[in-house]
Design a protein around this ligand. Sequence first.
Ligand SMILES: Cc1ncc(COP(=O)(O)O)c(C=O)c1O
Length: 503
Amino acid sequence: MPVSQRPDPVPQLNWEPKRARRLGEEAVGLWEEFLGRLPDLPIDRGLDQEQVARGVLMDVPEEGLADEDLLEHVRKVVFDYSMYPGHPGFMGYISGAGTIPGVVADFIAAMLNQNVGGWRLGPAANEIETHLISWFARRFGLPEGAGGLIVSGGALANFVGLKAAREAKSGWDVRTEGVSAGDPLVLYASAEAHDVNTRGADMLGLGTQAVRTIPTDENYRMQVDALEAAVRSDIESGMRPIAVVASAGTVATGAVDPLPDIADLCERFGLWLHVDAAYGGPAILSDELAPLLTGIERADSIAFDPHKWLYTPHSGGCVLVRDRQTLLDAFSIHPAYTREDKDRTGHGIDMYELGPQFSRSFWAFKIWMSLLAHGRAAYGKRIAHDVELAKYLADIVNQRPDLELMAPVTLSICCFRYVPQDLGEGGGREEYLDELNERLMTEVQLDGRTYYSNAVLRGRFCLRPCIVNFRTEAEHIEQLVDVTGEIGQRLDAELRDPSQVFS
Ligand SMILES: Cc1ncc(COP(=O)(O)O)c(C=O)c1O
């Protein structure tokens, strides 16, 4: 039988360890410079898409770049064309600053290149993730037998919780027969719940209309009597209620729904309680703040995001379930090519059985290393400090005649707006304030000294800083207020004739 020619080695992609080290050392040098310069960099450079594309894009070369050219490119990406959520003045959206040990962990995780989908493809990684999940589950007060996994972020963590709810509460085998094989399934979330939950219902084939929107009280918390009325009405009209999504830290104001009352209702109607704690969940690490989450220990599933308030680098969210079996029921598959005699190998469960992904990154490592490096107590203290800073901002807002507080501060979000002092109270005022504050947010974001995003509360446009940044201190709060006043005054002068008062 002819044997094909023996292929020669192709070593190009297989760099010598010394060359790997050189590139790594250059990157570490860049990191040190980055950390040193971070407070003095503009948070955002105000560049448009074309400018960024022109600055960073090049054709893929036929021959690889020299290391110096590669590093020159990286340097441009780092210092000239990025924005900096780790900057002490960054308080936009809910975007953690990125822990320092987490950066090293991501490097090591990429170096090891574990596939945490299968136990045998990442032994230590799988054990660390499982242990981390148990630790989080205990902190939240879930019982023995709880489980979960690290996923890409809050959107997927909520989706996994709702998928588990669908399989547990529909009453037939939806995985096999589909959603149309029984009564229409419905679930409930407050008007302030994050839109990813509605999209989750869409992804589950339930349709966005299956999510009943429950009104909130004056503090943006779900009204439980309205929830009960909606559940009763759906049952009467032949729907099958399966779950309630309670928020523990809404994205707009940080409101925490009345979890014990919602848990009681779920118990009475046999509903799955899913808590979207993507933002507020890490408050459980602070002894002082943990009581705000009372009732979360009764949840069937909890979504929370280490990349938000545990400050770990993007991305990494976490979903916990009261009973790990519910994840197996929702996601387990048995591909023929992944057979293993676990009695012989003694290996653990394959995590692809617990969630929607098959191959999985070692995301858990950056969370694990950050917790090991800092310890629970330092985390608890810093998280509580973020809340103190948000309250400090609310105090300043209340003292300034040109600012108006728009919602109570529960966690580390403070909603307010800029109100020119001579504005008057008459018709058109609110519309003008919406326009002014929206422009103000945009100009502040492009200015680069401080950074926040917005909320829309009862139809009104609000400025909304959220502190999930371990570099932010009181001076940055004061700067935020000063920059807001300065740009607000300038914009008001541009937009409004001084004689135009709303009387
Ligand atoms: C309450 C809540 N749920 C879900 C999400 C979505 O999380 P992620 O952006 O990690 O997918 C967010 C994001 O801010 C959130 O605040």
